[in-house]
Unconditional design. Structure first.
Length: 201
């Protein structure tokens, strides 16, 4: 790989000041205030829900604007799912902190998202492949948000609900992870076969 190739890749991955990337950055900065508000639960219940809903809404908004007005950038396509991972891990941990989820929920998300972050970084540096959120990942995020909203407005710290409400998003997230692994394994096999064919010709 030449120096010019590396410079081109670095140029493509730089932060671009457009509306979708700024919205994603705002979403990242809003996660810390959300964590503080959840830690004070049930004080500021409605305000906490509004901040949570706005963070999630910007995820749809930045994606829509990027696609609709052709503002998609390599940096944004990597930055957006990274912020989603931070959002889910922090929210899951804070819900456990205030007694709204069992400990296995934040543990799963920490392990899963650490694995995904490591895998994404490895693919980016080794194969120059950017991992984007697929339909399974987006569905898992939606189910996670839905479960969190139910916990916000239900009797979240009591009964069986806190034990089972996060099972659907976790299962869907696990399916997304398996799908991700199978896709990358298939891509790696194709690249290996391609390399062997080129060597044999």
């Amino acid at each position: 790989m030449t120096t010019s190739d590396n410079e081109n890749k670095q140029e493509k991955m730089r932060f671009v000041f457009n509306i979708p990337n700024i919205l994603t950055l705002v979403r990242l900065l809003a996660i810390a205030p959300l964590a503080i508000m959840i830690a004070q639960w049930p004080e500021h219940k409605i305000a906490t829900f509004i901040v949570f809903a706005l963070i999630w809404a910007t995820d749809f908004l930045d994606g829509y604007i990027a696609r609709r007005f052709n503002m998609m950038t390599p940096f944004g396509m990597l930055f957006d799912p990274f912020v989603d991972k931070v959002f889910q891990v922090v929210t899951a941990f804070m819900l456990f902190y205030v007694g709204m989820t069992p400990v296995w929920v934040p543990l799963y998300y920490v392990i899963r998202e650490t694995f995904m972050l490591f895998g994404s970084t490895l693919l980016l540096t080794r194969r120059q492949v950017v991992v984007y959120a697929d339909r399974f990942g987006k569905l898992a995020t939606f189910l996670f948000v839905l479960a969190t909203v139910v916990m916000f407005f239900g009797r979240g710290t009591e009964g069986w609900l806190r034990e089972v409400i996060f099972i659907p998003p976790v299962l869907c997230s696990f399916i997304a992870t398996v799908h991700y692994i199978s896709q990358q394994a298939g891509l790696g096999k194709k690249q290996d076969d391609s390399g062997k064919d080129s060597q044999n010709t």
